[in-house]
Design a protein around this ligand. Structure first.
Ligand SMILES: C[S@@+](CC[C@H](N)C(=O)[O-])C[C@H]1O[C@@H](n2cnc3c(N)ncnc32)[C@H](O)[C@@H]1O
Length: 379
């Protein structure tokens, strides 16, 4: 598939190049922000599984450069629409031009952003990039040290201060196409991200992570609901409807009394949260229906799905599609604007897993898609 046909088939791929994002994933975070206002009052962020770095770019543009993208851009757009309507009421001209009035760009003070990935990431000003495996226990001291140079690596992670406002994880393994295996590997990344988040989040903090909605995802929701006040499954418009991908948005971190994050005994599927005083289970609640301020009805199934005392407890998190309704549909093909010129991606992968295969193929005299069979062993 050529570049321009990909531009047509994936509007977000084209827009990412036009707006200077390293990956189309940037739009997923921006659309999550439109709905959840993720960055209000935030100065310390950990971006897990961050390469090639489009989420880190979003963080940099909003927190370090003070640009109005995401929620702020959406608010500006609504403000302009209101102005236009008011002007039309006064003048009868509904095509009144937009005003240039823009709120001031205001970078934040004392911003700290740490990005981690298995792959090397091209540097971004003001962001500390670590090349590490988030599933490995040695990563947590690295992260704590990056956040706080005074952190003493001999003390346990739980003795470190809890300085982070927001932990993001867009982790995805190389997909094999074997659905159950992909979902399992993805869930392991998610548990690793959650265990890291539990060690560094401050009370009231937010955790956002990619999930693949598999069979037992409700067990995960139930566990998250113990440590976060609100847990929502969100699907940005830029995430293809045909994919099982979604994002879990957990706000207001409030660990149970006595809870200690532990990487020696990390949290995972089938293991319960523990406090000094024993296991913690979700509180039994009545079925309840709550109409939220934004008009969404939230159905709380509580723990009624628990079959017997001691069995795993399931809980269904509310589901929310997010992103402005006028945003592009990620599954549709779009007509390209007149005179469209296809651009190169902003940041080619630094160490793609297929690099070695390409090198080997070149050595054997093969071209892209045209391997000389004679060059292959036994060919
Ligand atoms: C979808 S990409 C992330 C895109 C990124 N959010 C952005 O906006 O550019 C998924 C990333 O997860 C990383 N990853 C997968 N397993 C990992 C692990 N165990 N530790 C750290 N990173 C991992 C991959 O290297 C890959 O870069």
């Amino acid at each position: 598939m050529g570049k321009s046909s990909k531009d047509k088939r994936d509007a977000y791929y084209r827009l990412a190049k036009e707006q200077g994002w390293r990956a189309r994933s940037a739009f997923k975070l921006l659309q999550l922000d439109e709905e959840f206002n993720l960055f209000e009052g935030v100065t310390r962020v950990v971006d897990l599984c961050a390469a090639p770095g489009s989420w880190s770019q979003v963080l940099s543009r909003i927190l370090i450069q003070g640009q109005r993208v995401g929620r702020a851009a959406w608010e500006d757009k609504r403000y302009q629409e209101l102005l236009r309507l008011r002007q039309a009421d006064l003048t009868g001209d509904s095509s009144a031009p937009e005003t240039d009035e823009r709120p001031e760009v205001r970078p934040r003070k004392d911003v700290k952003i740490v990005a981690i990935d298995l792959q090397p990431m091209s540097p971004l000003e003001g962001i500390t990039c670590l090349k590490a495996d988030i599933t490995h226990p040695s990563t947590i001291p690295l992260l704590l040290k990056a956040l706080d140079p005074d952190y003493n690596s001999t003390s346990s992670p739980t003795e470190a201060s809890h300085p982070v406002d927001l932990v993001l994880s867009d982790g995805a393994p190389d997909v094999t196409g074997l659905h159950d295996l992909d979902i399992y590997v993805q869930s392991q990344l998610l548990w690793a991200a959650l265990n890291l988040a539990l060690c560094v989040l401050k009370p009231g903090g937010t955790f956002v992570a990619k999930i693949f909605r598999g069979k037992d995802v409700d067990l995960l929701y139930a566990q998250l609901k113990i440590v976060f006040e609100d847990v929502t499954v969100a699907k940005p418009r830029s995430s293809r409807a045909s994919s099982v991908e979604a994002f879990i948005v957990c706000t207001n971190f409030r660990p149970p009394k006595g809870f200690k994050a532990s990487l020696d005994n990390p949290l995972g599927a089938g293991r319960k949260l523990q406090t000094d005083t024993g296991d913690v289970k979700p509180q039994r609640t009545e079925y309840s229906r709550k109409l939220r301020e934004d008009g969404i009805t939230e159905l709380d199934l509580g723990s009624d799905l628990e079959e017997e005392e001691g069995e795993d407890i399931r809980w269904i998190a509310p589901f929310l599609a997010c992103g402005d309704l006028s945003a592009f549909d990620a599954d549709a093909s779009h007509k390209l604007p007149e005179g469209h010129v296809s651009l190169d991606p902003i940041q080619p992968p630094t160490a793609p897993p297929y690099r070695r295969a390409l090198e080997e193929r070149k050595k054997m005299g093969g071209a892209y898609g045209k391997t000389k069979l004679g060059g292959l062993p036994g060919g």
